[in-house]
Design a binder for this molecule. Sequence first.
Ligand code: PRX
Length: 630
Amino acid sequence: MAERDEVLLKVQEKYYPPAHIVERAWVKDYESLYAQSVQDREGFWAKVAEELHWFRKWDKVLDWQFPYAQWFVGAKTNISYNCLDRHVLQGRRNKVAYIWVDEDNNERKITYGELLELVSRIANGLKSLGVKKGDRVSIYMPNSIEAVACMLACARIGAIHSVVFAGFSEGALRLRIEDAKAKVVITASYTKRRGKKIDLLATVNRAIDGLSFVEKVIVWDRDGDALNGESSLFVSFDSLVKGASPHCEPEVMDAEDPLFILYTSGTTGKPKGVLHTTGGYMVGTYYTTKVVFDLHEDDVYWCTADIGWITGHSYIVYGPLANGATSIIVEGAPDYPDPGRWWSYVEKYRVNIFYTAPTAIRMFMRYGEQWPAQYDLSSLRVLGSVGEPINPEAWHWYYKHIGRERCVIVDTWWQTETGAHMITTVPSYPAKPGKAGKPFFTIEAAVVDSSGKELPPNTVGNLVIKSPWPSMLRTCWGEPERYEKYWNTIPGYYLTGDLASYDEEGYIMILGRADDVLNVAGHRIGTMEVESALVDHPAVAEAAVIGKPHEIKGESIKAFVILKKGYEPSEKLVEEIKQHVRNVLGAIAVPDEIEFVEKLPKTRSGKIMRRVLKAQELGLPVGDISTLED
Ligand code: PRX
């Protein structure tokens, strides 16, 4: 175990929540509610589900046919109805749902009433293009109200959305459109980052080349100059919306009808299409948003993620809307035009709940506390962390310079697959910097060895979940065997792929991935995906990729490359190869370092031993190399 982890395991320092926060918290006594919740898991979730609207109630809360779960069996609902109509009917018609801001501080606000109308118009527009329940729609859009509305429009008519992060490039986008066989793609003319326009439409155009199942591309033409009627494939978002009726009956969805596919990286092969369904996901995101962030009616809530990731799906879109919250949604870079940007929004919009990733916090630490110090951050009450382990230094900085020692920090551990928070601090009990906290209600987590034996406290092992939960993934799109692997690798348990340990008080510390999945700046990237993009370059014969500890990004990518005959290592080639990865996958997957080598360590069966490369790179013992080829 690395020295840093040894030190961290011993962290016992506790930060108690201020009394005024505990007094009005939705959950005041975690321990007793947790004990109750694991005794009657189904009763617990049924009670939560009662807070939402169902066209028909369930016959049974859970049907568990290992490893397949159905939640709220027989129930009928629609998540867009719960996120919109329900609030409009309950007096929130004129409450602001989103405040959107871009890098130039252009601002747009939309109320629940207006959002319902926009979503209904898009839904009718989609219908007019022939989109039906069960069809897939790929969404490649900027972080915007329009993107959120497109997701909800799909949900309203029962189409399955597959959002692709707009930072991904052509190859990654194509793969996702192709795998889902999307009938319609929705995009925008561009997004803006660091003052530069990034042409999304051009990328879509290249990505769908030859994909005959794509029938239409809807384009949000932001400046009205991107569409010149060149092809009947393209439809203008604005004309589609204008020409459609503002009323659209929500499709009656079974609780187990698919809601969306979101692709995420695994250890091997192409990204997996994680499938979430309607009822359980709705209940899970609704309740975690409410109690983990301790969200109240007049709060202003801001999750800084992008809708292209699960954090955006669950905690910008569905969770906050199911609660009727007012949320901020921001397009562009956190530190552009200057590192005060985010803090100026906290001040301006009086943000109460702020949810971000450790990478961002470490970046702001580097800029210095003089930036947040210029702003009034006194509205803040709850600070959240997600996506990667938060090191105690960053935790303390967040606590002091953003929270001004008056806020609680909730460190939320979860995954694309889990749909909602699984292990997290809740505001009413003390936090321990560097430890995520305790399992959420009904969640039974354990740390086990590779045979499934539970390990004693303060030892590192595999983090597993012992029983199903409402917002769990139901399958991997088109690849049920990959889904089953989560439950069959350590038979009977859901294998998270993370290493963890717990202390005597039940606080769980996450130590990072146990497998070959990288976590760069909170973004999950498969080593295999980067390697495929590398060998796709004409000069590259073979490639292996590892993650290296990085002060700000948590992990950075290093690639070892064997060149094809006739190519010589050079700085120019390094740049060319990096550019190639950027074009195929996107900026987030570009290796920081490329080293040209003659050979790669492999097993006798030809598998690259990345673990050996990593140990050598970091100067650590290489461990068991008996399977090494030579
Ligand atoms: O390694 C864990 C890390 O992110 C992985 C999941 O990535 P993804 O599916 O992209 O979802 C990210 C947002 C939920 C996990 O397997 N991770 C996520 N949250 C935390 C974390 N690691 C430590 N602490 C966290 N709070």
